[in-house]
Design a protein around this ligand. Structure first.
Ligand code: GCU
Length: 677
């Protein structure tokens, strides 16, 4: 059982003349000059039929000759216009409305958006929306394992795999519809940690299922990708995985040719190599480019691409070793290889140099490489941001990352990952996905905003976080509840409250988490809940080094030198505590607790205040939510209320553990005399 996410179409109340006129107009739809056998066309048409017949409560008449239709919705195939294959133009005309698209993906996106505009009540006045997606690749990375569990999955089990088999069913179609409605065009179905049966996902055992799955995806403009085991040839009796060894090279060539014979539209492979125990080229004294290029050459004849992750670091560090800085690792391994990768290799870089913390600086690899295809990797699964039990709307965080000026020719991260800065054909954004087989797909209903939002943002990076939140809230929270609550007054109230909660949620989470960019302080392994010293004496390279006087890591030239990996302007900005953005102060500097921040507060008082505030913010958000009782659908209300109850308790736990830890270290009292333990 599953719901239809934000695609839950409901009848529009045609109480006023305007809505009645729209309904009368839109029951005539004309598709001009499309190939009517194209699978994407067929799905696009089906979507209109499904949506309009419910929303307008009318029978929909279709035609393909525009002269036959006086008024209505005209959908034109316009490859001669500058919309590319994926852009669309929606506008009003004196005969009703038009959607223009230069390709089938554009057609689908234009239609999905048109249906949204209708549901959002935005088809009023002069409509004119032309969007060409900013990022060529807009990907979801699922960390699903073939037995059916999900690494860092917080919303049930996999709907792609069960008992080591690939699942292809009605839920697959619903998934494809939903993610394509927000512009996703590439999906990796299995975990980057490829183990067990997943090694053999690209073998004759699973080809047929993969082909069926890819056909469903293709019908929604999505390319199927799989994560592979770099050392796969060794599972087939070859004694090495050295990327320069002829046996390895020809094994991969043959395997690729077999794969593409069976799954012709496969997009390519995602590879996690030499990372956290995964095999890779380092074993053979080769570098990351050697590994990636070997695979890239094998897959190139079939039009495939290799997405190679930059999450490479030493995860067996001695905590006593102060020279090694995990933050440096990505740049140290990849920067010197700039320009050496094949054209069909794309490096996938996590937003920060560490690992999806609530706050990190942007990875210096962005702006550090001028001749390499790059994808920005973010995580909507919320591993470190509340695991879909706490509400944490991440789009504002991603917006900050995208707008970061790398000072490589003044290019922002958005400029780089869109391909604009360097003219790359392969570039884009990927999110570690937050879905599972829960009824609502994302565990927390409000986490659906991250899934919807990631798609929308990767399609159009200039959308604001509020706009995205607003649309999602209206489409899911308000309209899912049926005609009654979709009516203006209730709909507005539900939407406003939901948007306010979403917009408050990431800052609140940051306040009660590890302070000032230092990160971690979580329970080891499951990464949930506070444990300030949990990783302090471990091998993972994630230390805060708090003692009774100071906390933080000196990452300047005098310390680990991490700041020098940035372009000059950013290196200077981060090098001095005076100019360093304060939310990152302890990431870059080791500071005494009595250091005075720009707010006039000492660091220790800032820690106390933010932690009390963070928990108060949760109380406020949960109070707001309670005002929706009786307005929103009861099931949704109950589910979200239960999560808020937990978040309330858990944010207090965070607050008290962190505050008490620092009180005990420093014995400095809270100026406001609140209770510390
Ligand atoms: C994190 C996460 C792992 C994951 C890894 C990755 O470290 O905890 O579960 O495998 O990231 O991105 O590869």
């Amino acid at each position: 059982m599953y719901n239809s996410l934000w695609l839950n179409y409901k009848k529009l109340s045609v109480s006023d003349d305007f809505e009645k006129n729209i309904a009368d107009c839109l029951c005539n739809v004309c598709f001009v000059s499309f190939d009517e056998n194209n699978p994407v066309f067929l799905n696009a048409k089906k979507e209109i039929e499904t949506a309009f017949s419910v929303i307008l409560d009318r029978k929909i008449n279709f035609c393909s000759n525009e002269n036959e239709m006086k008024n209505g919705l005209f959908i034109n195939f316009t490859p001669e216009k500058d919309l590319g294959k994926e852009g669309y133009h929606v506008f009003s005309t004196d005969k009703g409305y038009s959607i223009e698209a230069g390709g089938y993906n554009g057609l689908l996106y234009g239609i999905f958006r048109f249906i949204e505009l209708l549901r959002l009540g935005k088809l009023t006045g002069n409509v004119d929306e032309k969007v060409i997606p900013d990022n060529p690749l807009r990907m979801l990375n699922h960390w699903d394992n073939m037995p059916g569990d999900i690494e860092r999955g917080y919303s049930g089990n996999s709907f792609f795999f069960e008992d080591n088999k690939v699942l292809v069913n009605d839920r697959t179609v619903m998934y494809a519809r939903a993610v394509s409605s927000v512009g996703i065009n590439a999906v990796v179905i299995n975990n980057v940690n490829v183990k067990g049966e997943a090694s053999y996902l690209i073998s004759e055992k699973h080809y047929e299922d993969l082909r069926n799955l890819s056909e469903i995806f293709n019908g929604y403009g999505i390319s199927l990708f799989v994560s592979i085991n770099y050392a796969l040839p060794m599972e087939y009796g070859i004694e090495t995985a050295d990327p320069l060894d002829e046996r390895v090279i020809s094994w991969w060539k043959e395997r690729c040719s077999e794969i593409y014979e069976n799954v012709p539209s496969l997009g390519g492979f995602l590879v996690k190599a030499d990372s956290e125990g995964r095999p890779g080229p380092f074993t053979y004294g080769r570098n990351q480019a050697d590994g990636a290029n070997m695979l890239a050459k094998a897959i190139a004849p079939f039009g495939g691409i290799i997405i190679w992750r930059c999450f490479v670091y030493n995860c067996r560090q001695d905590w006593r070793d102060t020279k090694t800085d995990r933050a440096r690792a990505g740049y140290d391994y990849f920067h010197a290889l700039d320009g050496q990768f094949e054209d069909n290799v794309v490096l996938q870089i996590k937003n920060g140099p560490m690992d999806f913390q609530v706050r990190e600086p942007v990875s210096p690899l962005f702006g550090g490489m001028e001749h390499t295809n790059q994808i920005l990797e973010v995580q909507i699964a919320q591993e470190y941001t509340g695991q879909q039990r706490h509400v944490c709307y991440l789009i504002p965080w991603f917006k900050e990352v995208l707008s970061f000026n790398t000072h490589m020719n003044e290019a922002s991260v958005a400029d780089i990952v869109s391909g604009r800065a360097m003219g790359n054909r392969y570039a884009g954004m990927a999110a570690v996905c937050n879905t599972g087989n829960d009824f609502n797909w994302t565990g927390h209903d409000l986490a659906g905003a991250n899934l919807y939002g990631f798609g929308k943002l990767s399609f159009n990076t200039s959308l604001s976080s509020e706009e995205i939140a607003y649309d999602w809230a209206r489409l899911y929270m308000a309209s899912a509840m049926g005609e009654e609550s979709f009516k203006k007054i209730n709909g507005d109230r539900i939407t406003d409250v939901t948007v306010e909660i979403l917009m408050k949620s990431w800052p609140a989470y940051e306040k009660y988490n590890a302070p000032l960019g230092i990160g971690w302080m979580v329970v080891p392994n499951n990464h949930y809940g506070p444990d300030v010293d949990g990783y302090e004496y471990s091998v993972w390279g994630t230390y805060h080094k708090a003692d009774c006087r100071a906390i933080g890591i000196d990452r300047t030239e005098k310390g680990t030198g991490f700041t020098t990996q940035y372009r000059k302007e950013n290196a200077e900005l981060y090098s001095s505590a005076d100019t360093c953005p304060e939310e990152l102060l302890l990431f870059f500097h080791r500071m005494p607790y009595n250091y005075i921040l720009r707010s006039g507060k000492t660091i220790i008082q800032h820690i106390y205040d933010t932690h009390f505030e963070g928990a108060e913010d949760v109380e406020y958000m949960s109070g707001l939510w309670n005002t929706l009782k009786g307005l929103v659908n009861e099931d949704v209300f109950e589910r979200v209320t239960a999560r808020f109850e937990h978040q309330l308790m858990h944010s207090k736990e965070w607050r008290d553990v962190i505050n008490s830890y620092f009180y005990r270290k420093t014995l400095i009292e809270d100026e406001k005399g609140r209770e510390l333990y």
